[in-house]
Design a binder for this molecule. Structure first.
Ligand SMILES: [Zn+2]
Length: 576
């Protein structure tokens, strides 16, 4: 019968133990010097050797021919203690025996002298799983332990163990194994077992298992069964739902060069081929980190450090949310699209600069300069971006969203137009009207309906509008209005520009005949406070007539000082 590597290579003596040198030395000395305690607490993460060392200690303390504190493995006591049926070394898994009765019977049994050995050793694994009354029973025993009894309590969650129990134990803090420890141990196992293994695989295992030797050996076991002969790095990646470094590099290049189609295609492909997207995100994070460290050390200037840093920070910040998301794939897609969107602005500028270099037309130059001024991008940013462009000469721009100067200018003008309309006044009236018959029930229904929009996130024509809709927070819903708020004023402005298109989408996709109200989060707070005040004073909201959208003439606007967004929004008419 096949014996798992973990069982086969579980250390039988202290000298076989890998990576817990300080603990092993202390325990051996206590045996050598006859200073054994009656209760020990082994705490630390899973799979780092707590139970293995507890078992060796239980035998070593009973060995009668030990000169250094380790098991001699030859004396009669060592022969007895190596037997699985040995009555004096008792293992209790608190995870399965968490009843008070177990510990009560233990209390009766500890009074009895050992059958054959000098000490009776109780190893209670996952001790934090005991119930409170079981802990109390255990505490009674720990308070007056008989001479011949030793307790070894092991736990991964020491904060769940009562202080009173901990204080009666000598505590040993087990640390995660270093990657080097794990690699060394795995190399030894591979050599012993004649396992052919590609370079880099052991390293990848060590990174993956986060310091747990048991997991490392388990993973090696799985790999051996999975691989056809020699174990390759590809086997490792396949088995763990990960991807090759080359694929990661290409993916990142697509992200940084705004190759949206390819980014989405890749995620889709990974997902449908059974890759683990969460693990891949961790892999990307690792890769970004390594590349950044490399860049800081060698300052080879081959990457745009800001982009790498920003993307790494983003993944790091969102990791918790990705993991708990009901659909990590959608979460990751939206997260990356948002990131690309933030790059997009810079990218447009960088292309403009390149365009200008190639083109002598003064007109174009002026457009570009104006765009620059308006978007407040400083020279350093531009330099960084163009640097990267030069470094990735072979990058594929085919699918990139690169907007020409003319398009940029048109977009820019539209933006000015909407702010030069009475849009703010309209939104004000709409919030008021929404308050008239809004209910929680209606809001809940809309929230459920909105989930359908996820299916259209990647639609080439309306995807960006859908993302805008989903990006905001739904605040209020009445029969005729929904109020959506956004964190940033700049996003509010962008979204206001498209509010009519969004209304059309809601009509077409969700069959909702409804007006959208777009405000900022801070405005929403003001409206909500106002509402509470009015409610207290029994002031009722009444439907107001919504004004038509009217644009001021551009010339008039130019004559005046340009209003900043804040100026316009700060001037809100009181509602109610
Ligand atoms: Zn012995």
């Amino acid at each position: 019968m096949y014996q798992t590597l973990y069982r086969k290579y579980r250390p039988k003596t202290f000298k076989d133990v890998v990576g817990q040198d300080v603990i092993v030395k202390t325990l051996m000395n206590s045996i050598k010097n006859n200073k054994v305690s009656h209760a020990y607490m082994f705490l630390g993460p899973r799979g780092v050797g707590k139970t293995s060392i507890a078992k060796i200690f239980a035998r070593a303390v009973n060995c009668i021919d030990s000169d250094n504190g380790d098991v001699c493995d030859e004396c009669p006591m060592c022969k007895i203690s190596s037997d699985k049926e040995c009555l004096d070394i008792i293992e209790i898994d608190a995870a399965s025996n968490n009843g008070v009765d177990e510990i009560r019977s233990l209390r009766d049994k500890v009074a009895l002298v050992p059958n054959q050995l000098k000490y009776k050793v109780y190893i209670i694994d996952e001790v934090h799983m005991l119930t409170n009354s079981a802990f109390n029973a255990l505490l009674k025993t720990l308070e007056e332990p008989p001479e011949h009894i030793i307790f070894i309590l092991a736990t991964t969650e020491v904060h769940k163990v009562p202080e009173t129990v901990i204080s009666r134990c000598q505590c040993f803090n087990f640390f995660r194994m270093t990657e080097k420890n794990i690699i060394d141990n795995l190399s030894m196992v591979c050599a012993n077992e004649n396992i052919e293994i590609e370079e880099g695989v052991l390293n990848s295992i060590a990174v993956q298992v986060d310091g747990g030797m048991r997991d490392a050996l388990g993973l090696l076991d799985k790999l051996i069964s999975y691989a056809d002969g020699k174990v390759t790095l590809n086997d490792f990646l396949q088995l763990n739902g990960l991807v090759l470094k080359e694929n990661l590099k290409k993916f990142l290049r697509d992200v940084f060069f705004i190759n949206i189609e390819s980014v989405i295609e890749t995620i889709e492909k990974w997902n449908s081929s059974g890759k683990n997207l969460i693990q891949i995100m961790i892999q990307i994070l690792d890769y970004l980190k390594d590349t950044l460290i490399d860049e800081y050390i060698n300052s080879s200037k081959t990457i745009n450090v800001d982009n790498y840093q920003d993307f790494a920070n983003l993944i790091n910040d969102k990791m918790f949310d990705i993991k708990k998301s009901s659909s990590p794939k959608i979460y990751i897609e939206i997260m990356i699209l948002n990131f690309i969107n933030s790059l997009n602005d810079n990218k447009i500028i960088s292309r403009e600069i390149i365009d200008c270099k190639d083109d002598n037309s003064m007109e174009k130059r002026d457009v570009s300069r104006e765009t620059l001024k308006e978007t407040n991008i400083n020279e350093t940013t531009i330099n960084n971006v163009t640097n990267e462009d030069n470094n990735f000469e072979n990058a594929n721009y085919g699918n990139s969203i690169i907007v020409s100067s003319e398009q940029m200018l048109t977009k820019h003008k539209e933006k000015m137009n909407i702010l030069n309309s009475n849009i703010v006044e309209i939104m004000n009236v709409r919030v008021n009207n929404a308050f008239v018959d809004a209910t929680k029930e209606k809001l809940k229904n809309i929230q459920i309906l909105f989930m359908k929009l996820n299916d259209y996130v990647f639609d080439q024509k309306i995807g960006y509008l859908i993302c805008s809709l989903l990006e905001g927070t739904l605040r209020l819903c009445s029969d005729r209005y929904i109020v959506i708020s956004y964190e940033y004023e700049s996003v509010v402005t962008d979204t206001l520009n498209n509010y009519d298109k969004m209304e059309k989408i809601l009509k077409e996709i969700l069959d909702l005949d409804i007006h959208i109200v777009i405000i900022s989060d801070s405005q929403w707070i003001k409206y909500a406070e106002e509402f509470v005040k009015n409610k207290k004073n029994d002031i009722k909201y009444e439907l107001l007539e919504e004004p038509e959208l009217v644009f001021e003439k551009i010339e008039e606007k130019d004559a005046k000082n340009e209003n900043s967004i804040e100026d316009i929004f700060g001037d809100i008419v009181e509602v109610g």
